[in-house]
Ligand binder design. Structure first.
Ligand SMILES: Cc1cc2nc3c(=O)[nH]c(=O)nc-3n(C[C@H](O)[C@H](O)[C@H](O)COP(=O)(O)OP(=O)(O)OC[C@H]3O[C@@H](n4cnc5c(N)ncnc54)[C@H](O)[C@@H]3O)c2cc1C
Length: 463
């Protein structure tokens, strides 16, 4: 062990967490749990400038709020159960929609009915009024408080690293520049505020992940229309092969429908309109771009599309979206996993740069960063198929006709894992692009290519 690996977290230590979203709250819970387990007396402070119970947009943490079966099981394992008042919809089905087709996906284990729910991160869409506090983030923050964390509803303005590793980090917060001296600072500030700049400008090597802007729209759910189509508990996921849209979804949350659009680059209003006016979308959400006029709120939050450089140094670690996370899916679950890794490292291996590299950064990279590469390749291939009119629809047609066959089961399993985020991207890639499956689909692929060539040569007659 070199000197760097010897900065233990001692009895009486103070941990300051910048950000009270999922990753900050999870870290606080793990830290207080580990301290109890190891007989240590520590104090944990979470800085969170938002008021999640407040009925305005600033209280929202901008997410679709789907909680997967895996996450609910993990929360259960640490004694956290999401209260009924926060749960908006129990999801019963996923539908996967291409330009011409729609298939219903089911859990790969026959008969298994997974629990998947949707929640609001803030107090609900703008102008909504709930009788009870529905905010997931507020619930998590009060749970962390109940487990021993102190919550300060003020903004962290500056963080100053010590000159010597044995000294404390200074956290400057609030309008009057108050100071808190911490043995460990946890950056759990996400990617939707300018706080990353504070950490970048400390020049220990941190560079935040690259991001792109997505779009979220909250619109009142037309219950009669959805009930008639049996869609009130269904998440629709779209792979339409559009030029700028990677994928999109419609997710019911109680009396609201959440439209989420993720692009290949930043999403803006023109791409949103294009998506809303697409014939496949109009079948489920009539109204087209007028949805934008009649909706409750629209926001353009960021998602991360790369791994940050060095999210750690002596006495400091950056986790959650601002650190290493899973691309596109289940950000809250990946916040849980990395918060646990970072807390275990701090308590069991110390708070040095070297300890965080070995105990958090490298393992998190091997779980998420490498896996995210598979996601990139897979979405590229999907896009290629989806943008060639016959390729995806021929495949979907095949799965519909051969309902009981192996090919159908394999495609269902891969797509199920993809839309729910239930498995690493590598596994999904192996399911959907395995040589055996591609070989079985060869006649379909060739049929699609044939249709494409005929069309290009003008040999195909309509109807
Ligand atoms: C379009 C979209 C849809 C998504 N859908 C889902 C989904 O369905 N399911 C899912 O699991 N994940 C989803 N995610 C991802 C999920 O929202 C994130 O992965 C998750 O919120 C990350 O948690 P975090 O704690 O790291 O960051 P955040 O949730 O961003 O929390 C960071 C917190 O830090 C606070 N903060 C920042 N700076 C300061 C400061 N200087 N002082 C004090 N407080 C500060 C902020 O107010 C914020 O509350 C989605 C994301 C997007 C963009």
């Amino acid at each position: 062990m070199d000197n760097n690996s010897k900065i233990p977290l001692k009895n009486g230590a103070h941990i300051a967490i910048v950000g009270g979203g999922p990753s900050g709250c999870f870290f606080a819970n793990f830290a207080n749990g580990l301290a109890r387990q190891l007989g240590m007396d520590i104090s944990v402070t979470i800085f969170e400038w938002r008021n999640f119970a407040g009925h305005d947009k600033r209280g929202c943490n901008m997410s679709v709020g789907v909680l997967s079966e895996n996450l609910l099981q993990k929360l259960d394992g640490v004694g956290i159960s999401i209260p009924e008042r926060c749960i908006q919809t129990e999801i019963k089905e996923y539908h996967f929609i291409t330009r011409e087709d729609r298939i219903s996906l089911h859990h790969p284990i026959p008969g298994h009915k997974p629990r998947i729910v949707t929640v609001f991160r803030g107090a609900g869409p703008a102008h909504s009024h709930f009788e009870h506090d529905v905010s997931l983030d507020n619930f998590m923050l009060t749970t962390a408080e109940g487990r021993g964390a102190r919550v300060i509803h003020e903004e962290v303005k500056e963080v100053v690293l010590p000159k010597r590793p044995e000294d404390k980090v200074v956290v400057v917060y609030g309008h009057d520049a108050k100071e808190l001296h911490a043995d460990l600072v946890v950056g759990a500030f996400g990617i939707n505020t300018p706080t990353a700049e504070i950490f970048e400008k400390m020049y220990f090597g941190y560079i935040p992940p690259r991001t792109i802007r997505t779009c979220i729209i909250e619109t009142p759910l037309d219950r009669d229309f959805m009930d008639r189509k049996n869609d009130s508990n269904t998440i629709h996921v779209f792979a339409l092969g559009m030029k700028d849209v990677e994928f999109a979804s419609l997710t019911p949350r109680g009396d609201y429908l959440t439209v989420a659009i993720v692009g290949k680059r930043d999403i803006g209003t023109p791409q949103v309109k294009q998506f809303l006016n697409h014939p496949a979308v109009l079948k489920i959400l009539p109204g087209g771009e007028d949805v934008l006029k009649n909706c409750c709120c629209v926001c353009f939050p960021k998602i991360s599309v790369s791994t940050p450089a060095q999210p750690y140094t002596d006495r400091l670690v950056v986790i959650g979206d601002a650190g290493i996370s899973r691309s596109y899916k289940n950000g809250i679950e990946s916040a849980f996993i990395v918060a646990q890794m970072a807390a275990n490292t701090a308590f069991r291996q110390g708070v040095s740069k070297e300890a965080f590299r070995r105990g958090y950064y490298e393992p998190a990279c091997s779980i998420f960063a490498r896996d995210n590469l598979y996601a990139k390749i897979m979405f590229k291939l999907f896009d290629l198929f989806a943008s060639r009119e016959h390729q995806l629809s021929e495949r979907m047609g095949y799965t519909k006709i051969h309902k009981e066959g192996w090919v159908n089961q394999q495609i269902n399993e891969g797509l199920w894992k993809l839309v729910t985020g239930d498995a690493p991207y590598r596994d999904i890639f192996m399911d959907l692009f395995s040589p055996r499956l591609q070989f079985a689909l060869l006649p379909v692929t060739l049929g699609g290519v044939g249709e494409y060539i005929k069309e290009r040569l003008g040999l195909k007659t309509n109807g």
